[in-house]
Design a protein around this ligand. Structure first.
Ligand SMILES: [Zn+2]
Length: 483
């Protein structure tokens, strides 16, 4: 019997990389897959140019799509997602897989990273690609109990309402004229604006506080960390009454969808991301070294050091990025203009391209979660039914009873976690937050950004910038886009 035809992608990059596998090894791995036995595979070899990082830009990739769509091929094999795309697989999935799957729905994909068929719609792949605020919080029975009692009447226990809300019969209700202020504060924060700068700005604009006093950096900090604004109720966030420090995220109770949210989930997620970036790269966003921590030497694969040799009182500044290993150096003035130009163009493309796709992906994710939930409830029913049939005269009655109870508890916990996940997806999907934020970013004049704003944008989107001291060239690698 004649075998069905398939395509195989073999990839190498033109510049030196630690894990640059030869075509032969990749070919051998692919041919070793069980599913490869069913196909007659035609391999396409591609050497990636260092200057085209998005999969669809590469000519080898265009050849693959062309052949897959127009030829009589039925499957595509590749060596690990990371080899096909430099951006954690996201552009590969978007550009290549979607394009082929749209025209040929029956087309199959196989990766050496998985034994079976590789499904871009699988939850596993999607979660990796989209979830940034990964709260794998364990829900204790205590949380479920609290939720049940509180959610019964949605009344908020104790404490004055936070800025943006008033209490009406024990429930939080948004205050119309304060809602834009809260949004504005979060919006400033995603651009890396410090709490101090935000409070100064509000004071300069005569925006009144609740007590008609002045805004302080700490009052901004309280707002930016308050889950109420995305609709959640938190309990036990502070370490103790005498110690007001916040506990780590997984150690306090969160009750989702407790009150009406006034900021979109995506804005909250971005603020969380920015906070993380500040932790990782240092709080100071206003720096002449825009690429500190992400720029590296091509030859040595070393992160470049930043050195300021400006003598005190000098009018001219003598700044350099330099490589500790090969001692090559370059001034930021020579690197930044080209970088900024390329970078802005790149992120605008990524944002525009991913908008529709992300929405579609969220919809599918929502569907998966709903069906998983139905499935879990069904399983729970079955176990409950079995328990009701248990005969208490049986000598193993107690053992059976407790075993079934453990199973039921585990199902219940999974159902709760699933519900939380679903709430998050639904929030991300709500039109308001999503579309607005995308259009704000894509319509902003990014070349007018301040130093600190540009720095935060660079840290959010850039994986690394590789400098070739010999050819005096730079290559920008973006992170995979996560929301
Ligand atoms: Zn070097």
């Amino acid at each position: 019997m004649e075998k069905s035809k398939a395509l195989g992608i073999l990839r190498k990059s033109s510049y030196k990389q630690k894990n640059n596998l030869s075509f032969d090894i990749q070919r051998e791995k692919i041919l070793g897959l069980p599913s490869a036995q069913e196909y007659d595979i035609e391999f396409i070899e591609e050497i990636e140019s260092a200057y085209h990082s998005s999969a669809s830009e590469r000519s080898g990739m265009q050849e693959v799509v062309e052949k897959a769509i127009n030829g009589d091929y039925n499957a595509l094999f590749f060596y690990e997602e990371s080899r096909v795309s430099r951006q954690s697989g996201s552009d590969f999935v978007i550009d290549i897989v979607r394009e082929i799957a749209r025209r040929k729905p029956y087309f199959k994909f196989y990766s050496t990273s998985k034994s079976g068929e590789w499904d871009p719609d699988s939850l596993e792949v999607k979660i990796k690609m989209i979830s940034s605020e990964s709260d794998s919080r364990k829900i204790s029975q205590r949380v479920i109990d609290t939720r049940n009692t509180l959610l019964g009447n949605k009344k908020r226990p104790g404490g004055p309402p936070p800025y943006g809300y008033i209490l009406v019969e024990g429930k939080l209700v948004p205050v119309e004229h304060e809602v834009p202020i809260v949004n504005f504060i979060f919006f400033l924060a995603i651009w890396g604006t410090s709490n101090k700068d935000i409070s100064n700005l509000l004071n300069q604009c005569n925006v009144p506080t609740r007590s008609n006093g002045n805004w302080s950096p700490s009052s901004i900090d309280v707002i930016l960390n308050n889950h109420t604004y995305i609709g959640d109720y938190t309990n036990g966030k502070r370490k103790s009454h005498s110690n007001g420090a916040r506990k780590p995220k997984d150690q306090f109770e969160v009750i989702k969808d407790f009150n009406e949210p006034i900021i979109p989930q995506i804005l909250w997620n971005l603020v969380v991301q920015v906070r993380q970036l500040k932790n990782d790269f240092g709080m100071k966003m206003r720096t002449p070294f825009l690429l500190r921590g992400v720029i590296e030497c091509k030859k040595c694969s070393e992160i470049l050091k930043c050195k300021d040799n400006t003598p005190t009182g000098s009018k001219n500044s003598y700044l350099n990025y330099y490589c500790d290993k090969c001692k090559n150096k370059i001034s930021p003035e020579l690197v930044h203009p080209e970088f900024i130009k390329k970078f802005i163009q790149k992120i605008l493309t990524v944002l525009t391209d991913s908008k529709g796709y992300t929405k579609q992906m969220l919809k599918q994710w929502e569907k998966d979660l709903k069906s998983k939930s139905t499935d879990l409830k069904h399983k729970l029913d079955i176990v409950e039914y079995h328990r009701s049939l248990l005969d208490d005269s049986n000598e193993l009655f107690e053992e059976w009873k407790s075993a079934l109870q453990v199973t039921m508890d585990s199902f219940k916990e999974q159902i709760e976690l699933n519900k939380e996940e679903l709430i998050k997806v639904e929030r991300l999907m709500s039109n308001k937050g999503f579309t607005n934020l995308f259009s704000i970013i894509t319509n902003s004049n990014l070349s007018m950004l301040r130093q600190s704003e540009l720095r935060i944008l660079v840290l959010q989107f850039t994986k690394r910038v590789i400098i070739d001291f010999i050819d005096n060239e730079q290559h920008i690698e973006l992170k995979s886009l996560s929301l």
